[in-house]
Design a protein around this ligand. Structure first.
Ligand code: SF4
Ligand code: SF4
Length: 500
């Protein structure tokens, strides 16, 4: 007679029988309490097949393809700008993203994008739980990849547990060395791909191969190799549990109507071992086989309810579906469901999904608003701009002839792909004299040439007769491209020592 029952080992580390593990833990409890840090219990997740595992493979392929391919995509921006579609150009202080080019003065676009990303995360979290953590977070993707490598080299869960407990032999050494070498290869490839986002990828690749790249490129690759290897290969679930702030934050973003991977205790309890042929009446569908725990990359038991460690990867659901198939019960004992639905079913009510709730409406509203502002500002973006900074030390100079002089640093920005002659005018103050250092006196305005896709910095001296100071302490710098009918204005103040 077949007995559906618990596994004879601790499902988390498999090093001892379940009961023994608990009594060991109790025996060492007082000693453990005296320690400052709890040592890590190694986790050997069991390989599973199923819907969620397939989604995870697909997501891994998708995200890694984007990561590795993106720096090689080209985008024509004319002769004056690089043709790499996505590039953080530190030397020229530009961020290129296909048709968008962001200058340092436009850092608010980055702020807007970060706000959109954060609110999207809040919205997804309140609708579908930790989808980001389970399927697309880089930590999850690389850890998954590293566990796959480990499984291919050392074998599935039980083989890995046996190998860990076995004495060191040539065979064990060969497996361990091979695993770490492959991990390091993936880690180098990760760091190697990252630097291509900061320089022309084909040129940098050639320089890296020929050994002529800059020291900073090799240092960045080494740094990222180390972090990928240690975070994805060695620290794994500890990064999510102890280092990442998101599990704590997301708890405030969610409620019991949010979908998440859930053990259907309304269906599974009371749980216990089950012999083939025994009736199911009066008991739940969970046969306490611990396959869900053995599959969990975080080493937790989903049946204990919602936990900070759970990344919602769904691998426990795949493991349980397989068990349900084998004992001829319907799948979905562990499923994407809500805590509210479990309570409804326990009260005999019908399950339902409430996607429209105050918090989801709020997040969606904020997301639409921020996206609209971003679109509006991007579509009305100017191809010329100016930035004015008044000298602070000294902030004014008293001249022997009774005049007061202020100095300004003016940055003229030409964001177009052609050189332009721009007219700069100082207005709003009765100036006795305006001088562009290096260009001489400018009268009411001056024409200044600015190269394509460049910033030209000029120093301007404005002198006002003391008796005219009362007229106005404010002035405007106006930059115009008369041919293109484009005009930008920047306000400034004039300081004489009496108006501070
Ligand atoms: S929930 Fe499913 S996989 Fe987990 S112990 Fe119960 S029957 Fe086994
Ligand atoms: S409990 Fe299930 S969903 Fe949560 S991390 Fe473990 S396997 Fe993934």
């Amino acid at each position: 007679m077949t007995v559906h029952t618990a596994m004879p080992e601790d499902p988390r580390n498999g090093m001892a029988a379940d009961g023994v593990a608990r009594s060991d833990a109790q025996a060492s409890n007082s000693a453990a309490n005296r320690k400052l840090y709890k040592s890590r219990v190694p986790i050997y997740p069991k390989e599973v097949e199923g819907r969620f595992r397939s989604y995870k493979w697909a997501m891994m392929a998708f995200t890694l393809t984007i990561y590795y391919v993106t720096p090689w995509l080209r985008w024509d921006r004319g002769a004056t700008a690089p043709d790499q579609a996505v590039l953080v150009d530190l030397a020229r202080q530009r961020l290129y993203f296909f048709f968008i080019e962001i200058w340092p003065q436009e850092v608010y676009y980055i702020t807007g994008l970060l706000i959109m990303a954060a609110v999207s995360l809040f919205l997804i979290n309140s609708l579908f739980g930790r989808l980001w953590c389970g399927f697309s977070c880089p930590q999850t993707v690389w850890t998954d990849l590293f566990i796959w490598v480990e499984t291919k080299i050392e074998g599935d869960r039980n083989a890995r547990i046996r190998l860990a407990a076995a004495p060191w032999t040539a065979g064990k050494l060969a497996k361990r060395v091979s695993k770490h070498v492959v991990w390091l290869a993936f880690a180098v490839a990760t760091g190697g791909a990252w630097v291509f986002y900061f320089s022309d990828a084909p040129t940098l690749f050639r320089d890296l191969v020929t050994g002529s790249a800059s020291f900073s490129s090799y240092a960045a690759i080494a740094g990222l190799t180390f972090t990928t290897y240690s975070l994805g290969g060695l620290m794994r679930e500890q990064v999510c549990t102890y280092m990442c702030p998101w599990p704590r934050i997301q708890a405030a973003m969610t409620d019991n109507e949010a979908l998440s991977v859930t053990y259907r205790r309304d269906r599974g309890d009371p749980r216990g071992a089950h012999k083939k042929g025994q009736p199911w009446e009066g008991r739940g569908a969970c046969i306490d086989c611990n396959q869900c725990v053995a599959a969990c990359p975080m080493g937790i038991d989903i049946r204990d309810g919602s936990q900070l460690e759970c990344i919602n990867c769904g691998l426990c659901a795949d493991a349980c579906d397989d068990v349900m198939d084998r004992i001829d019960l319907p799948r979905g004992l562990i499923a994407y469901d809500t805590e509210a639905n479990i309570l409804r079913r326990m009260k005999g009510e019908k399950a339902r999904f409430r996607f429209l709730r105050p918090r989801t409406a709020l997040y969606a509203g904020v997301l639409v608003l921020v996206s609209a502002i971003m679109l509006l500002t991007l579509s009305s973006r100017h191809s010329l701009d100016l930035d004015v900074m008044r000298d602070r030390n000294p902030d004014h100079v008293m001249l022997a002839d009774g005049g007061v002089r202020n100095a300004y640093t003016v940055k003229l920005m030409n964001r177009s792909d052609r050189a332009r002659n721009l007219r700069l005018t100082v207005s709003g103050i009765r100036a006795r004299e305006v001088e562009v250092i290096g260009n001489g006196l400018m009268g009411s305005s001056a024409i200044l040439a600015v190269d394509a896709d460049k910033v030209r910095t000029v120093r301007i001296l404005v002198t006002v007769a003391r008796e005219d100071l009362a007229a106005s302490r404010k002035l405007d710098f106006i930059l115009e491209d008369v041919a293109a009918a484009e005009r930008r204005k920047a306000a400034a103040v004039f300081v004489s020592g009496e108006n501070r």
